[in-house]
Design a protein around this ligand. Structure first.
Ligand SMILES: Cc1cc2nc3c(=O)[nH]c(=O)nc-3n(C[C@H](O)[C@H](O)[C@H](O)COP(=O)(O)OP(=O)(O)OC[C@H]3O[C@@H](n4cnc5c(N)ncnc54)[C@H](O)[C@@H]3O)c2cc1C
Length: 580
């Protein structure tokens, strides 16, 4: 299954390129003259949250009425977290002989279509949800048989023994095509009576007058790129619920609104992110070792750039490998290009031979949370709650979040169900405040697991960089199992770690050879993403001047390098890395 990539925004792209030319020829003088603070830019963003429609003449007379549907629980996002929550609710309703209406909206056209394939799944939560998952035909075909970990130098691979108890131990886990697994969860949910609506993105959070969440509204359709209504304009639908579960995954845009509205991030550290790039290859059968897991750190990244690679051999009836590269978005050099780091990593003498003679069949990229326990916000608020990677329940050193996402969905639903059926529980607000979920999550194995690895990621910020983190892990995780009484802090938000371009050296990347490494255009063509030409960019700039006045002027436009679809989608990454 294929992932979402950033949508294209050709107008922004042209604009940006033009300004890059201006910068190349005139910036030194402009910059000295205070360019960064004085240049005015024309409008890039057309989104109605920035340019309200009621002040826009083109929207006069357009019928903005929305139909509303009532459910008991609405779930936003059909990933492992949202689907587990939906399934558990219906299981509980069936066990107790109750009728509850559960609606789930998923923005992908099919369930699983926005999920990056090729993952190592810890089956713990699946076993809790469906003890009979094997009989039900869950697509877990490849038990892990071999774990390899190495440090790469430019030419060599230094093997590192994986001692029992380290996060990289994968025995007992399964290598899966995560998109297939999610699609299977979708089928189970529908069979239990969940109303699953793929192709519907929740675009807006709705509130009751008492301030509690009332539900969500799905996206309007039929809007031009410049923000005007087309003749085909159709208003979205309102879905109201007693509880709305937000399971949007990493960096969801509704979650960001909720953080603000309920001050949910008041007591946690800023979230930190990574960008993960993945490819799926069919390889020569002789090189195929189903069940093998390989991870590396080191080359091509320097020790101050967090990241590493994975390569999983799948057993899906054909010789498939899923390989990928993760780069922490708190890197310092604005010239770094995660996509091209990934491409050159494939040429390492310990990697290339596996791919030679093979064929790349898919490419995708996606953000992941790296803040860990320290960056988890408050999870409940009147009328709603956050589950899965939305609040960042990912085990970072393991690069695994499916099992924790699923368990959070299960626990959320158990708490919601008990509140729904308990008539004696009086809610202060119309939307129910299910605080029991957060309390139960903190008592569960998810919290214990995230607590034990909490210091691993921040320990990579010493002068020794990643290697300092490895030493720390050896001492405090392997020996003490994370029981040290302190909790390390992250140095701050990712964008604040980026150094000005003038203080950094541009990185020369080798040209792709078209066999092992590829250019971005041919990669994006394999991502399965498809966007209408005349539709608004999915990403919204809060301030149209930032790409030019700040990112370009100071950091040489890092978004042209860190966006996994190059020019397109730069707005989101701008906000992610450089906007407060
Ligand atoms: C490169 C990479 C490698 C990984 N490898 C592993 C691994 O090996 N093992 C592992 O366990 N985990 C791995 N993970 C992490 C794993 O993918 C996540 O932890 C897991 O998918 C989280 O599940 P979720 O349901 O919370 O979020 P997601 O899987 O992100 O699902 C969220 C869903 O919500 C939908 N959505 C978002 N916003 C809206 C909206 N407004 N309206 C409607 N729908 C919406 C999205 O389309 C998506 O389908 C990896 C992640 C990355 C990026």
């Amino acid at each position: 299954m294929l992932p979402p990539l950033c949508p294209s925004s050709s107008r922004a792209c042209l604009y940006f390129r033009a300004l890059k030319l201006i910068k190349r020829h005139c910036l030194p003088s402009l910059y000295i003259a205070g360019y960064a603070s004085t240049t005015s830019v024309s409008r890039i963003t057309t989104h109605y949250t920035i340019y309200p429609r009621d002040k826009d003449k083109r929207w006069e007379g357009v019928n903005m009425e929305r139909f509303a549907e009532e459910a008991d629980v609405v779930i936003v996002g059909g990933g492992p977290a949202g689907l587990s929550a939906a399934i558990r609710l219906k299981q509980l309703a069936a066990e107790h002989g109750k009728e509850i209406r559960v609606c789930l909206v998923e923005k992908a056209a099919q369930i699983g279509a926005h999920t990056l394939s090729g993952a190592c799944l810890e089956p713990r939560s699946l076993e809790e949800l469906f003890p009979d998952w094997k009989e039900r035909g869950a697509p877990l075909h490849t038990p892990v048989t071999e774990d390899k970990f190495g440090i790469l130098t430019k030419k060599f691979r230094i093997p590192v023994p994986i001692l029992p108890g380290l996060p990289m131990v994968n025995h007992g886990n399964y290598i899966v095509r995560l998109g297939h697994f999610v699609s299977w969860l979708g089928e189970q949910a529908e069979a239990l009576g969940v109303e699953v609506y793929p192709g519907y993105a929740a675009a807006e959070v709705l509130f009751h007058e008492d301030g509690s969440v009332k539900g969500v509204a799905t996206n309007d359709v039929g809007i031009q790129k410049d923000g005007a209504p087309k003749a085909s304009f159709e208003r979205g639908l309102e879905l109201h619920a007693k509880v709305t579960v937000f399971a949007e995954g990493c960096h969801g845009h509704l979650a960001k609104q909720l953080y603000k509205k309920y001050n949910l991030r008041e007591k946690c550290q800023p979230q930190s992110y990574g960008i993960g790039l993945k490819e799926l290859w069919t390889i020569d059968e002789k090189k195929w070792k189903p069940g093998r897991i390989e991870h590396t750190v080191g080359w091509p990244l320097d020790r101050h750039t967090y990241g590493g690679s994975f390569l999983y051999h799948l057993n899906e009836g054909e010789p498939l490998v899923a390989l990928g590269f993760v780069v922490g978005l708190d890197y310092q050099n604005p010239y770094l290009n995660p996509f091209r780091e990934f491409q050159r990593w494939k040429h390492h003498p310990s990697v290339q031979p596996t791919l030679e003679g093979g064929k790349r069949i898919a490419y995708g990229a996606r953000a992941l949370n790296e803040g860990g326990l320290q960056s988890i916000p408050k999870l409940t608020f009147p009328g709603g709650l956050l589950i899965g990677c939305s609040p960042g329940l990912m085990n970072v050193p393991k690069i695994k979040g499916t099992h924790t996402a699923m368990k959070s969905g299960i626990l959320a639903s158990e708490a919601i169900f008990s509140q729904l059926i308990n008539e004696n529980l009086q809610s202060k607000t119309i939307g129910l405040d299910v605080q029991e979920y957060e309390e139960n999550l903190k008592k569960s194995w998810v919290w214990k697991e995230l607590y034990s690895v909490r210091n691993i990621r921040p320990s990579c910020h010493s002068v020794l960089g990643l290697y300092g983190g490895m030493i720390y892990t050896g001492i405090f995780y392997w020996i003490l199992r994370g029981l040290e009484p302190w909790t390390l802090k992250h140095p701050g938000p990712d964008f604040a770690q980026l150094k000005p371009a003038k203080d950094c050296t541009p990185i020369e990347y080798p040209k792709p050879d078209g066999k092992i490494s590829f250019d971005l255009l041919s990669s994006v063509a394999l991502s399965g993403t498809n966007h209408e030409h005349d539709q608004p960019a999915h990403l919204t700039l809060k301030d149209d001047s930032i790409p030019v006045n700040k990112n370009l002027a100071i950091f040489d436009g890092p978004e042209q390098r860190f966006c996994p679809a190059e020019w397109s989608g730069r707005q989101k990454k701008v906000l992610l890395r450089t906007d407060k």
